[in-house]
Design a protein around this ligand. Structure first.
Ligand code: IFM
Length: 439
């Protein structure tokens, strides 16, 4: 079993959540978001579930912060909802929304928990989606303006700030694959969203720096690309996946260019003048967050770009159907350090698994999650032993929550949530971490 003393002194442990997934977006004067619209459209989300109530964290935040403190976590990675702060995305501020985040941050500090804030974790205000959302270049300045409003209130107490969670999901998953809001399947929309999300990250980073906010990071998700065979076609298909999924964003931030394969495939769709934006996109950050869950087995197929499909792999899988592959975490920690972020501090900002957890006699016996975390912690320890400057690890997620297009069925939490009564029940994995962090 893992223990805190297996990691270097000062190594931090935390848990992660996101606003729309836990807060209850119908409360407190929050504006409509594109996730409310997406979920209200038949066929997009399992059972058409949305984040209207979610975990009711908006009213139960004190109990949730107590659970973070009692678990022995050093830090809490949470996000703010743009539409809770600015219901129309721009203009009038929802004072109640800012007050909510203000007291939430104070609540963390009172409990000795370091607040790590994500500015955007996917709930774009509907009013901005009406204007083209991530397809509109103006989203970069809208986002920077929102960041200034929020950090004008919280900036003096936030430990670390991340701009945008998982830029691949915001752009490619949502505008090419159509799996997340706004559910678009269009290569031109995807290319524009991919570039604008990078520009928004850099524009907000510069705006926050100008107002004196420090310790700003980027957070990306990584999936290991395993060729289905040794054929040149499958190897090339996996390299394409690796480039549009993993390297596009890292290369933009740290090398001020996009991978050649992606430029070749998307050059007709990228917005005019994209080559001139890299000084903004590549604005130096202070740390890098790595979100890692799984690998995909990539097989070439005939057809339009990217001309591949994912096939089922042989390894044990989580409730999401994702193979458990801790070697991929070690791979990306090494790669970020050597190819991209150099000596910048790295954090695992998300890692965890969904499991069909049940409460039986008041307990949730999720041994499979304990084992999953132990194997990924081993990968993190190996990276540290090799000299990767990994400084902390955040488990996704603190509690079961709204898993986007998959609704409330996929349980990622260390804490079980009964979505009828909203009762919280710490799982065995929470208790194991609590014991490890106290050791
Ligand atoms: O629930 C999501 C989270 O919002 C972003 N990263 C992946 C998690 C699991 O799918």
């Amino acid at each position: 079993m893992y223990k805190r003393s297996d990691f270097p002194d000062g190594f931090l442990f935390g848990a992660s959540t996101a606003a729309y997934q836990i807060e209850g977006h119908s409360f407190g004067g929050a504006g409509r978001t594109h996730w409310d619209d997406f979920a209200a459209t038949p066929g997009n989300v399992v059972r058409a579930e949305d984040g209207a109530v979610a975990c009711d964290h908006y009213h139960r935040w004190e109990e949730d912060l107590d659970l973070i403190r009692d678990g022995g976590f050093d830090a809490y990675r949470f996000s703010a909802s743009w539409a809770r702060v600015l219901p129309e995305g721009r203009g009038a501020v929802n004072a109640e929304g800012l007050d909510f985040y203000d007291k939430l941050v104070d609540g963390m500090l009172e409990r000795g928990i370091k607040p790590m804030l994500t500015l955007y974790h996917w709930e774009l205000p509907s009013a901005l989606a009406d204007l083209g959302g991530w397809r509109n270049r103006d989203v970069a300045s809208w986002f920077a303006d929102y960041a200034e409003v929020l950090m004008g209130r919280l900036g003096d107490r936030i430990w670390k700030t991340a701009t945008i969670n998982e830029l691949w999901c915001v752009s490619f998953l949502s505008h090419f694959l159509g799996i997340h809001a706004p559910g678009v399947r269009d290569i031109r929309a995807a290319a524009r969203a991919m570039h604008h999300v990078m520009l928004a990250h850099g524009t907000a980073t510069q705006a926050l720096r100008a107002m004196g906010v420090g310790d700003i990071g980027a957070v990306c998700n990584f999936t290991y690309a395993q060729p289905a065979s040794g054929s040149p076609e499958d190897i090339e298909a996996a390299a394409t996946f690796d480039d549009y999924y993993n390297n596009f964003f890292m290369s933009g931030f740290f090398h001020k260019k996009y991978p050649e394969r992606i430029v070749t495939a998307m050059k007709d769709h990228l917005p005019a003048g994209w080559q001139d934006d890299f000084d903004v996109i590549g604005t130096p950050v202070d740390w890098l967050g790595v979100n890692y869950y799984t690998r995909e087995i990539i097989k070439a197929v005939d057809g339009p770009w990217p001309a591949h499909t994912s096939i089922e792999g042989p390894l044990p899988k989580t409730q999401m159907g994702w193979e458990i592959y801790p070697e991929g975490l070690l791979h990306f920690l090494r790669r970020c350090h050597t190819d991209y972020s150099g000596d910048l501090p790295l954090y695992v900002t998300e890692n965890g698994m969904a499991n069909p957890d049940l409460v039986i006699d008041g307990k949730v016996d999720d041994v499979v999650r304990i084992d999953y975390l132990a194997r990924h912690f081993d990968a993190a320890k190996q990276a540290i032993a090799e000299g990767v400057p990994l400084e902390g690890y955040f488990v996704w997620s603190l509690m079961d929550n709204y898993e986007w297009a998959l609704g409330y069925e996929k349980r990622f939490g260390l804490i079980h949530v009964d979505f009828d009564t909203l009762q919280r029940t710490p799982k065995a994995s929470y208790l194991a971490l609590q014991a490890a962090l106290a050791s």
